[in-house]
Design a protein around this ligand. Sequence first.
Ligand code: CS2
Ligand code: MG
Length: 413
Amino acid sequence: MRITAADTLVTSPGRNFVTLRITTDEGLTGLGDATLNGRELAVEAYLREHLAPLLPGRDAGAIEDTWQYLYRGAYWRRGPVTMAALAAVDTALWDIKAKAAGMPLYQLLGGASRRGALAYGHASGRDLPELLDSVRAHLADGYRAIRIQSGIPGLDSVYGVANSAAGGGERYDYEPARRAAGGAARPAEEVWDTRAYLRHMPSVFEAVRHEFGPELPLLHDGHHRMTPMQAARLGKDLEPYDLFWLEDATPGEDQSALRLIRSHTTTPLAIGEVFNSVHDYTTLLQERLIDYVRSAVTHTGGVTGMRRLLDLAGVHGVRSGMHGPTDISPVGMAAALHLDLAVHNFGIQEYMRHSPRTLEVFRTSYRFEQGLLHPGESPGLGVELDEEAAARFPYTPAYLPVNRLTDGTVHDW
Ligand code: CS2
Ligand code: MG
């Protein structure tokens, strides 16, 4: 079976998505997610200008050879744009291969190792009453693990507190990428105060544990903002609340900083959603400095790249915790779920749920039942893209916010 075409599709049903569709001479097509929040057109151009022209005529089944050809052949390897583009090609080829075999992708990856993938949702609130209501809503929706993000007294807007918590947007309309006030296509700016955050968060978890008990798996995302010592302090302060994980406690590329954090706290640590290669993790994995890898199929070289990472993580007792916000498209989410079902060292799957508008464009067969996600039994990934619907939502530039400390210094968002 030969590749005959590779086309990029950009659509924006509430937020921007970049999708690659590969077509073969036997009429089979495959989809790959190439969405990089705030930098979508960079990936689309890399695909359209530099990868797509190389694909027609290639054996659609030669997935590993194509991966190596596009990875090593680029010379300039790794990086978020390159690896998201490569991910889209790889995922689309796995979609095709599984369709050709007449089976869901997870069967090609070794079959099911579990009934379903434990999902976690995002509860948030500007204040405690709103947060507790959000936890109740997620429990009512069937979630059995919940991420806790809270407003911070004295700060106007804080990462992870959903629009709907502020009364705007659709129920699942959490989208951090937006324009600044007045619609100018430039990042909004937010103000951050780590000391206020460190003072506030233990009381938040105290209240959540008091309300919902000791069993419910609770997660929290530090979102890259703390120094190693601040992260060590928060990890220690949260130990009484038995978190499932503390995520991105400090900027992950400073891998050796995790040695310091690890030496102070037993709170489990998760890192890696901004990584794009297994090589970003080597110290973290070899020294067991983290408990979960956070990468997404979409950002880590596809099914091939993610499987390689998860196998190395498994050798070191580290489990998966794949990134699954709304800026991973349903195609990327489906690919994650097939891996979640098959790999042995599964941990948990982030599942923010896409908006109804997004699901008008991407027809999915994965399901969320009793707190577990399952990719479904459709051949391939189990996702189809409705081009008519996609055309109704043209691309609009959007940027993730820029964060500043109270004195104006740019900080990690
Ligand atoms: C967050 C993401 O879900 C998470 O863990 O870190 O929502 C992140 O903020 C977005 O993916 C950025 O586009
Ligand atoms: Mg995160």
